[in-house]
Design a protein around this ligand. Structure first.
Ligand code: 5GP
Length: 113
C-alpha cells in the first residue's frame, strides 16, 4: 500500500509545515485554513477513518485528542476551539488517513450540515 498524503508530508517527501511530532502522531498546518489556526493532528499509523479503528486503537484515538488540547494551549486558543473529524466521503472526508481538525482563533459558526 502506498503512503497517504499526510505520511508523505511527515516523511518530507512533499512540502508541509509540521508543527508537532511524537512517537504516535504528528500535526501539520492545513494547506487551506478555514480559521486563523487550522491544524491537522494525525496518527503515524495509517488508519483510513475512525470507523476503521479497532479496540487496539483506543489509546491512540485518545492520544489524538490529548495532543489536540496541548496544541490548542500552545497556540493560546484560550479554551475556545473546535475539533472535527470527518468520517467517510459523504461526511466530507477527502484524505483517507484519520485526522483531527483543530480550528480556532476566531468566533466559529456552527453549520455542519
Ligand atoms: P478532510 O476533508 O479529509 O476532513 O480534511 C482534509 C484536509 O486536508 C483539508 O482541510 C485540506 O485542506 C487538507 N489538505 C489537503 N491536501 C493537503 C496538503 O497537500 N497539505 C496540507 N497541509 N493539507 C492538505
Amino acid at each position: 500500500m502506498s503512503d497517504s498524503l499526510f505520511t508523505k508530508i511527515r516523511k518530507g517527501e512533499i512540502p508541509g509545515t509540521i508543527v508537532y511530532q511524537d512517537e504516535l502522531c504528528f500535526a501539520i498546518e492545513d494547506i487551506a485554513p478555514q480559521a486563523p489556526i487550522h491544524i491537522l493532528i494525525i496518527p503515524i499509523k495509517e488508519i483510513e477513518k475512525v470507523s476503521d479503528a479497532s479496540e487496539e486503537d483506543i489509546n491512540l484515538l485518545g492520544h489524538l485528542l490529548h495532543v489536540s488540547k496541548k496544541i490548542a494551549q500552545n497556540h493560546n486558543l484560550d479554551n475556545n476551539y473546535r475539533l472535527v473529524i470527518n468520517n467517510g466521503a459523504r461526511a466530507g472526508q477527502t484524505v483517507f488517513h484519520i485526522h483531527v481538525h483543530l480550528l480556532g482563533g476566531k468566533s466559529l459558526e456552527w453549520h455542519p450540515a
